[in-house]
Design a protein around this ligand. Structure first.
Ligand code: TRP
Length: 437
């Protein structure tokens, strides 16, 4: 078998993980969720959860991945051979498949809107563009095909020359783009209301539901629970500090979400629109805004709309690449496929499932609901239980106290293990139950 590839350095490994983390979750889910759940109060809870719950889960996945140097299925097989943990391995091949199928449909929309903003721009008809776009059944399908095709192309080029190279360019570019858009958006007359919407803490809105939303958002945004972090970490060199790569990923993901909030909400309020949920926000409201601003400054608004949809498309690509890699790694390592064949097979199956989601809104929402509310927390719960209780303690420890870590990190390990064994599983169970309410 060909030698297993690695990311070139700790920094590029972090870029890849942050690329997976930064995606549609930051661009439409975060701003909307923040407004709905109490503005700055929600951001604060989200921040605390990300640090004390999600970051440790990310580190667990990372430790499992690097110590086994395998994808999800192989990791279970190496660290707990012949046990029922192999089902966790299989679950985390299956979940990203479902996830990628509808994620790619939304990715496709962003490609379609990028093309529209480039070719036509948005005029007075902007807010109905989305329904016109989706009313041609074939148009979203073509875009979905393009999106998954591009994802497959990058993954088939390999860990170093495909995934690493793509993320190394995309991640800095994404930050430049989103900052430009945020500057533009906050400079619009009437945008202060949007800034207030994000920053005004409304503690009156806090409820168990808000805590559950914050945790769910944090899991989704950091790509937890389906083995993407595990698989990427399995390509990290021994000298790379897991702690630094993980903390860097969480930091950049959060930073991007915040800037995305300031890119989107001020523009929404400047146009005097009530922020709506999900796809409606970025595919209906924003084209409308670009359209109405276009009358005053056509060129500028055209440029901003092109940049905006480009940002969404690239952010979605860096995430979809990580979802495809998890599945490809399974076929390459366990079924001895060549990378090219593995990617082709996964892309075809996911494409077919995506066609279903593109044609049927029902399939789309069933997939999304099952993945976000059930499969992601389940995967995350099983990974922390595995790392805390099943994985050999010394092996777990040496991932943090090993070559890539700072002196003194051993002192924190006890506290970390306590969190992983007791606090985090209980916290995940609680959101699980809240979701069933
Ligand atoms: N984190 C990405 C986003 O915010 C999506 C994503 C990529 C993901 N890989 C994942 C979500 C694994 C959950 C699990 O859009």
């Amino acid at each position: 078998m060909a030698q297993r590839e690695n990311f070139g350095s700790g920094l590029t490994a972090m870029f890849a993980m942050a690329g997976s983390a930064i995606g549609l979750g930051n661009l439409w889910r975060f701003p909307y969720q923040t407004g709905q759940d109490g503005g700055a109060a929600f951001i604060l809870i989200y921040l605390i959860f990300s640090l004390i719950i999600s970051l440790p889960i990310l580190l667990c996945e990372s430790a499992i991945g690097r110590s086994s140097a395998s994808g999800t299925f192989g990791a279970m097989d190496k660290l707990a051979p012949g046990t029922r943990w192999k089902w966790l391995g299989l679950l985390t091949v299956f979940t990203p498949m479902l996830l990628l199928s509808y994620y790619s449909v939304v990715g496709g929309w962003s490609v379609g809107f990028f093309a529209e903003s480039l070719v036509k721009g948005f005029g007075a008809d902007a807010s109905s563009r989305f329904s016109v776009f989706t009313s041609h059944w074939w148009l979203p399908l073509v875009c979905h095909t393009l999106f998954i095709g591009t994802t497959a192309l990058v993954v088939s080029a390999g860990v170093k020359s495909g995934i690493e190279r793509f993320n190394k360019i995309s991640l800095p570019l994404l930050f430049v783009l989103i900052v430009l858009i945020a500057v533009y958006s906050t400079s619009l007359p009437g945008s202060e209301e949007g800034v207030r919407y994000l920053l005004k803490p409304d503690f009156g809105k806090l409820s168990p539901r808000v805590f559950a939303d914050a945790m769910g958002q944090s899991f989704f945004s950091l790509s937890l629970g389906v083995g993407t972090i595990l698989t990427y970490s399995s390509y990290m060199k021994k000298e790379t500090s897991l702690l630094r790569a993980g903390a860097g990923t969480a930091f950049f993901d959060l930073l991007f979400a915040l800037i995305a909030g300031f890119a989107i909400m001020p523009a929404v309020f400047a146009a005097g629109i009530e922020p709506g949920a999900g796809p409606g926000l970025i595919f209906e409201t924003l084209p409308f805004i670009f359209g109405s601003l276009g009358q005053a400054a056509p060129l500028l608004s055209r440029v901003i709309s092109v940049l905006f949809f480009l940002t969404i498309a690239i952010a979605a690509l860096t995430s979809s690449i990580s979802m495809l890699e998890v599945q490809a790694a399974y076929l390459i390592e366990e079924k001895k496929f060549t990378r090219g064949k593995a990617v082709l097979l996964v892309a075809l199956v996911t494409w077919a499932l995506g066609v279903l989601c593109s044609l049927s809104g029902k399939a789309f929402s069933v997939f999304d609901y099952t993945v976000s509310n059930f499969l992601l927390p389940l995967g995350a719960l099983l990974f922390v239980i595995f790392a805390g209780w099943k994985m050999p303690r010394e092996m777990f420890r040496s991932e943090f106290i090993g070559e890539g870590s700072r002196k003194g990190s051993g002192r924190f390990f006890g506290a970390f293990l306590f969190m992983v064994r007791y606090v985090i599983p209980v916290a995940i169970l609680i959101i699980f139950l809240t979701n069933f309410q």
